[in-house]
Design a protein around this ligand. Structure first.
Ligand SMILES: [Zn+2]
Length: 382
């Protein structure tokens, strides 16, 4: 990473401005039209039941979960659940009667929504600073408590020296208290909105003709997304850009090479500090660093992911294997060996592909994908 990078990459300002203005004009026209439609059909009384059994009165297509949160002075205001379905806090309620639950950062749904929403702001910062073409299918939250946004930068490769600018821009967007606003559009309208971005056009083109497509606006940024999101960016008080890496469009090596930027966010700076301390502590215990510093093994770029064991490392490894073999024999097992590499079909059956494909060594032979397990397995049969 980094051979073609430049921290001074400048976006095409005129292009960015034209595209941004066009999308905002497009968004606002549809938002006004939908607001008029909702005003025409809205206003009927509805009953809203809270988890403690209390019933609140509201107006159909007008009352929002945020109105109820303010009425009952609830501090859980990141995301709502309406009849079991996640719902934007600022989205009007549509049904005659509903069960409403309000969720904050202490819930998984609240955390995921805050991180997902933050991924949009990371995208906004990337587009604004580098004029890149954003191309995550839906901004993604990963299992390791962080999120990312993929983008195409022509021939630019990002590295750590770019992260400061991205972080500053994102922090500016968070502080601007940008609301998340939603419109529903047809497939043709979505294609028109993102005509300048071939990646989004590719995604939209594959959707069924009658698919309900939602677009979200946050500040000057408009993105294709199913939602839901936090009400506005002020709910994020702490954000950090973590790292940049490379990826491929749709995970395919024969498609465009993308840059992936990871970030993390929290509703307060104390939690960000705890997160950063935890990451720093984990790094100190990283076996790849410990093993190299204690001269047990080393890695070489010509065989990434496969270690070369040094004498002391080999001794320890053999000792551990002897211990394991003895234990298995004591329990009546015999040793067999399995291949290191399998067709991806087996990893799809095992569930590894769905959960860990990003971290697997995957390659193609004769147009079929193969994957290597993370380590040589010692399998025994009884
Ligand atoms: Zn989203």
């Amino acid at each position: 990473m980094g051979k073609k990078s430049s921290a001074a990459v400048a976006p095409d300002e005129a292009y960015l401005e034209a595209v941004t203005e066009k999308r905002i004009r497009f968004f606002e026209q549809i938002k006004d039209r939908q607001a008029r439609e909702h005003a025409e059909i809205g206003g009927d009384p509805i009953r809203i039941t809270l988890p403690d059994g209390a019933v609140k009165q509201g107006k159909r297509w007008m009352t929002t979960p945020m109105d109820i949160a303010k009425e009952i002075k609830s501090s859980s205001r990141l995301i709502a659940q309406v009849n079991g379905r996640l719902w934007d806090m600022t989205r009007p309620l549509e049904e005659d009667d509903c069960a409403l639950k309000l969720l904050g950062f202490d819930s998984k749904e609240g955390r995921d929504t805050l991180w997902h929403s933050s991924a949009h702001i990371l995208g906004q910062a990337l587009e604004s600073v580098y004029g890149c073409k954003l191309c995550s299918i839906w901004p993604c939250t990963k299992t390791k408590e962080r999120f990312y946004y993929d983008a195409y930068y022509n021939d630019v490769t990002l590295n750590d020296s770019h992260l400061g600018r991205i972080q500053d821009k994102a922090l500016e967007c968070f502080a601007a208290r940008q609301p998340f606003e939603c419109i529903e559009v047809s497939k043709a309208e979505a294609l028109e909105c993102f005509a300048e971005n071939k990646f989004k056009v590719e995604i939209i083109s594959e959707l069924p003709e009658d698919e309900g497509i939602t677009l979200y606006r946050c500040g000057s940024f408009i993105d294709l997304c199913r939602g839901p999101h936090i009400p506005n960016t002020s709910f994020v008080k702490a954000f950090a850009c973590l790292e940049a890496s490379s990826s491929y469009w749709r995970g395919k090596e024969n498609r465009e090479s993308l840059q992936r930027v990871y970030g993390i966010s929290f509703p307060d700076s104390k939690r960000l500090k705890e997160y950063q301390d935890m990451i720093a502590a984990a790094k100190k215990c990283d076996h790849r660093i410990l093993g190299e510093s204690q001269k047990l093994f080393f890695f070489d770029p010509l065989s990434p992911g496969s270690r070369h064991f040094l004498p002391h490392g080999t001794k320890i490894k053999n000792k551990l294997f002897s211990f394991l073999r003895q234990q298995y024999r004591d329990r009546g097992y015999q040793e067999v060996e399995s291949p290191n590499v399998y067709n991806m079909k087996i990893w799809e059956t095992s569930g590894h592909a769905a959960n860990y494909k990003d971290n697997m060594f995957v390659f193609e032979i004769d147009k079929e994908e193969f994957g290597r397990s993370t380590k040589r397995s010692l399998v025994l049969s009884q």
